[in-house]
Design a protein around this ligand. Structure first.
Ligand SMILES: Cc1cc2nc3c(=O)[nH]c(=O)nc-3n(C[C@H](O)[C@H](O)[C@H](O)COP(=O)(O)OP(=O)(O)OC[C@H]3O[C@@H](n4cnc5c(N)ncnc54)[C@H](O)[C@@H]3O)c2cc1C
Length: 454
């Protein structure tokens, strides 16, 4: 059945829902409804046009797993959709409720239950930076975090994110060993609490909250390193790319980040990086201080302890100029910009990145982060794209795909359309049937799922 016919907001029995969950924090003032129904979907002008004005009818802010189970039970019985939310830094409208209903805001479930050499366990709403701070007190650190470490929850990262700072060494979130466990509440009249371990944790990764309400998560920690924020700059594209690739590929250099920016992209970082010349490419890195001697010092224009930059309110850490933050800084200076997401494949990074740079030049300023992909070095492109038209976007995507560079389209809001393989990965569809039999979790985001009991 067409979702617009199935989910008619006027028919949601919110009065019955409220009385079923009495005692749980509920918010419904106009400003809060608007704010907590949004994420960073406006990074894409196409998604913005499609999603502007989509809002929840009620914001529900639980403080315990029991409260989450009570909310899930009432929503299932009354057939009211639920869109789960952390802190709303997701892109592509992941956290935007397409059919109104309830936004379940987990940002007040922030307990960190365990931190140790065998990893951490925290409630889904725990801020990512708080987990890393707790780990550092024990000489440990996160294996990886998004560039939104200081703005996002761990549950939101598990359910909406893909990788980030650390992925140059450890790969994306989905790679074996990067997610250890999750507890998931099902959306049924009698909700269950399901425990996922090891690779099964991927059943909730990047499904935009459509495969269960994640209440707590576990992931590995690593011995903390003395990271150094380092920026290198080059006048020429080829030299810059060769340098970035050689640092990223060198296993003798411990690193958390190697982020490449062609000159027309680095342009937007100049206000944040004193000494970065106009017309120069930039390579942003986080390198273990003890390995700095292994890096050619001649192109380096900035080298400072990462912890000092992170602690200084007047400066921003280098990681907050990489990944999605590059787009954010550029957008602040040019509202017409948007972006693309690509994967420069293992073994062909330099060849394919150079080919696209030569073909598209400043029409698609190259920005990419080196990552491990199934153990091999690859690069995650997040090129800036001055928006012109959907027709041109389709042409640019085709150019990449014809060159063997997979694209994850960031201008669409379904799991399938946004994936590099244009389908729901692995067993996520089968798991959705188990945890969301009525199809109430973030409806419209996983259209290939047909609910067993609508
Ligand atoms: C400037 C910028 C930089 C970014 N950099 C990165 C990056 O480096 N790496 C990266 O991977 N992503 C990045 N992102 C995307 C985003 O920040 C991360 O995915 C982030 O961790 C999301 O956390 P959040 O708490 O804001 O989640 P939200 O935006 O609130 O939610 C994200 C998705 O997960 C679902 N969700 C949230 N919590 C739960 C839960 N407990 N149970 C089930 N579903 C849930 C939501 O429904 C939504 O679909 C970036 C985004 C921006 C705007």
């Amino acid at each position: 059945m067409n979702l617009a016919h199935r989910f008619v907001r006027e028919r949601y029995d919110l009065a019955a829902f409220r009385s079923a969950v009495s005692g749980v924090k509920l918010l419904d003032d106009a400003v809060t409804l608007k704010r907590r129904s949004r994420d960073y979907y406006w990074f894409s002008p196409i998604a913005k046009a499609a999603l502007d004005g989509k809002e929840a009818d009620l914001i529900v802010v639980p403080h315990s797993v029991d409260e989450v189970m009570g909310v899930a039970s009432a929503a299932a019985r009354l057939r009211i959709p639920i869109t789960v939310r952390g802190l709303g830094t997701g892109t592509y409208g992941q956290a935007v409720p397409l059919h109104g209903g309830i936004v379940l805001d987990l940002s007040e479930m922030t307990e960190i239950m365990k931190v140790g050499a065998d990893g951490f366990t925290a409630q889904a709403g725990a801020p990512i930076h708080a987990i890393e701070e707790a780990a550092r007190e024990q000489g440990l650190e996160l294996r990886m975090h998004p560039s939104t470490k200081r703005m996002a929850t761990i549950g939101g990262y598990f359910c909406g994110g893909s990788g980030g700072i650390g992925s140059v060494t450890w790969g994306g979130l989905r790679e074996a060993g990067n997610l250890l466990g999750a507890k998931v509440v099902t959306l049924e009249e009698e909700p269950q609490l399901i425990e996922l371990n090891g690779l099964d944790t991927n059943l909730v990764n990047r499904t935009f909250g459509s495969t269960g309400i994640v209440v707590d998560v576990s992931a590995p920690l690593e011995p903390a390193r003395p990271w150094q924020d380092v920026v290198a700059s080059f006048a020429g594209f080829d030299d810059a790319l060769a340098f970035a690739h050689s640092v990223a590929a060198d296993d003798a250099i411990a690193k958390r980040l190697v982020s490449f920016h062609v000159a027309s992209c680095a342009h937007y970082l100049r206000p944040l990086i004193p000494g970065l010349e106009e017309g120069h490419c930039a390579i942003l890195m986080m390198i273990d201080k003890r390995d700095l001697s292994k890096v050619d010092p001649s192109p380096i224009i900035l080298s400072e302890p990462s912890a000092e930059r992170e602690a200084d309110p007047k400066r921003i850490p280098i990681y907050e100029m990489s990944w999605g933050h590059t787009t954010l800084h550029a957008l602040k200076q040019n509202r017409n910009l948007s972006y693309l997401q690509t994967l420069f494949p293992p073994g062909r990074i330099i060849e394919t990145a150079t080919q696209m740079h030569r073909t598209l030049g400043d029409e698609l300023p190259l920005h990419m982060e080196f990552i491990r992909y199934e153990g091999q070095l690859a690069a995650n492109g997040a090129q800036l794209w001055p928006y012109t038209s959907e027709k041109r976007l389709a042409e640019i995507i085709a150019l990449h795909e014809d060159a063997g560079i997979p694209v994850a389209n960031p201008h669409v809001f379904t799991v399938e359309d946004g994936s590099r393989h244009k389908r729901v990965p692995g067993d996520q569809l089968a798991f959705k049937e188990k945890v969301d039999p009525h199809g109430l979790l973030n409806p419209g985001k996983m259209p290939s799922y047909v609910p067993v009991h609508p």
